[in-house]
Design a protein around this ligand. Structure first.
Ligand code: TYD
Ligand code: MG
Length: 448
């Protein structure tokens, strides 16, 4: 019989210890240790003599073989389609639409590339069937398996020989050799290792669904992120229809791409031109509102930023930011106070990016600053159909941005008439009027 050994595992980071600890020495979380039992199997030592190091120049390189999922926005975030033998983790809050998206991807792959196996540990076969009826997913190449035992799953994969496998979700799977509950660190890690072995030896691409905790972190160990090739995160407000699929890690493409979807009656619809939907309800020349341009990967996107600045007597005024980094907001407020002498210390400040998009980077700085001033002073931008792009520096200067040409073209395409842009980024030969800006002071003089 195999020897059993008890040990304690941090459920946050996977740190192992022989005795129980109150605080994890690795990730500093409290009360995260749970006793787990591991059967130690004698390590099988297999030596593959044929596997020798090769000279890098003698290795054939080639394009990755990719499957078209028939969902352009999904192909885009994967770097141009699903790579054969790759493992992709998709995480997101419950109800965001992970299962819906994957069932829709099943249809695309099943109709072009062969059998697809959808393994569900969360929903019954009937539930999935009902959903697929709603989504018009009806390829006879799609197989559903409601199962949570990893060993059984492996046998079924060998039987069916699918071209693509979906595991919904990794937290429901278990191996009978491990005594801890499904979803615990050891189960998740071991099941993921098995999946990796199956994927790489059979060259089958896998999609793994993973839950996130309330704080938005991946439930289970971080090791999961290291094992897989690609990590996608599905974001958005459940109450709003827009959903954003973001690449967090990608061994086969860039990590800055996003895919934009909307949740409809019959599943997720792709949004090919995000700027137009984000700007759908924008009223121009509103106090506190400015349209900004940002780059999401290779794609320019225009969104509206709204600011509300209101007087308060509170000792600690509120700073609330939705869709932008709060420390970025604080930095911009500090620059405005110090360099332009606009007081915010006695004001609550709220900033919101319309449409549920979270923006990263510094493209929006100038626009956010202008929205804040517009609300603080109670005056709207006087120019018609204007968009602002540019990074704000600590001395109040406006610094150039990259990809300015693409942003200018997008603004022109969306019917804007003026673009406030760092002076160095001004291009000639555009229909849209470029207004060169080198400092915040200059921008304010030009627009208010
Ligand atoms: P689901 O894919 O089950 O989310 P997840 O797997 O991420 O938990 O999607 C759940 C929500 O999507 C559900 O609340 C209902 C909504 N929905 C639609 O609005 N339209 C549809 O066609 C489908 C299938 C779901
Ligand atoms: Mg689901």
């Amino acid at each position: 019989m195999a020897k059993t050994k008890n040990y304690f595992v941090c459920q946050k980071c996977g740190y192992e210890s022989l005795k129980w600890l109150g605080k994890c020495p690795s990730c500093n979380n409290w009360n995260s240790f749970v006793e787990e039992e591991k059967k130690e199997e004698k390590a099988k030592i297999a030596v593959n003599i044929k596997n020798e190091p090769k000279c890098i120049n003698s290795i054939k390189s080639g394009e990755y073989e990719r499957y078209d999922t028939n969902i352009n926005e999904l192909n885009r975030v994967l770097g141009g389609g699903l790579v054969k033998g790759s493992i992709t983790l998709i995480s997101g809050a419950p109800g965001i639409g992970k299962s819906t998206l994957l069932l829709q991807a099943c249809q695309g792959i099943a109709s072009k590339h062969g059998k697809v196996l959808y393994i569900s540990g969360e929903e019954s076969e009937e539930q999935i069937k009902m959903r697929s009826d709603r989504l018009s997913v009806n390829s006879s190449n799609i197989y559903i398996l409601a199962e949570t035992n990893m060993e059984t799953i492996e046998v079924q994969i060998e039987n069916i020989k699918p071209a693509f496998v979906i595991v919904d979700s990794i937290q429901t799977l278990y191996k009978s050799t491990i005594s801890s509950a499904p979803g615990s660190v050891s189960q998740v890690r071991e099941c993921a290792n098995d999946i990796m072995r199956i994927a790489k030896t059979n060259n089958i691409p896998f999609f793994i669904v993973a839950h996130v905790t309330k704080q938005g972190e991946l439930a289970g160990p971080r090791v999961l992120e290291h094992i897989v090739d690609t990590v996608l995160s599905f974001e958005g407000e459940r109450t709003e229809e827009f959903r954003i699929l973001r690449t967090v890690k990608n061994r086969f493409g860039t990590t800055s791409e996003i895919g934009v979807f909307e949740m409809l009656e019959d599943g997720l619809g792709e949004i090919h031109n995000p700027s137009s939907v984000f700007l759908e309800e924008t009223n121009f020349k509103q106090e506190g509102s400015v349209v900004i341009g940002i780059m999401e990967g290779s794609r320019p996107i225009l969104v509206e930023v709204q600011a509300l600045v209101s007087k308060t007597n509170a000792v600690m005024p509120r700073r609330t930011a939705v869709g932008i980094d709060i420390s970025r907001l604080n930095l911009i407020l500090a620059v405005l106070e110090k360099k332009l002498k606009v007081p915010f210390y006695n004001c609550d400040v709220y900033v919101n990016v319309v449409g549920g998009l979270s923006i990263e980077g510094t493209y929006g700085d100038l626009g956010i600053a202008l929205a804040l001033i517009s609300s603080a002073k109670g005056i709207a931008i006087k120019l018609d159909k204007t968009i602002a792009v540019g990074e704000v520096g600590l001395t109040g200067e406006v610094r150039p941005i990259s990809f300015s040409e693409r942003l200018i073209n997008e603004a022109e395409k969306m019917g804007f008439e003026n673009i406030l842009i760092p002076s160095r980024n001004i291009h000639k030969n555009n229909k849209i009027k470029g207004i060169g800006i080198s400092s915040l002071k200059e921008a304010i003089n030009k627009v208010f």
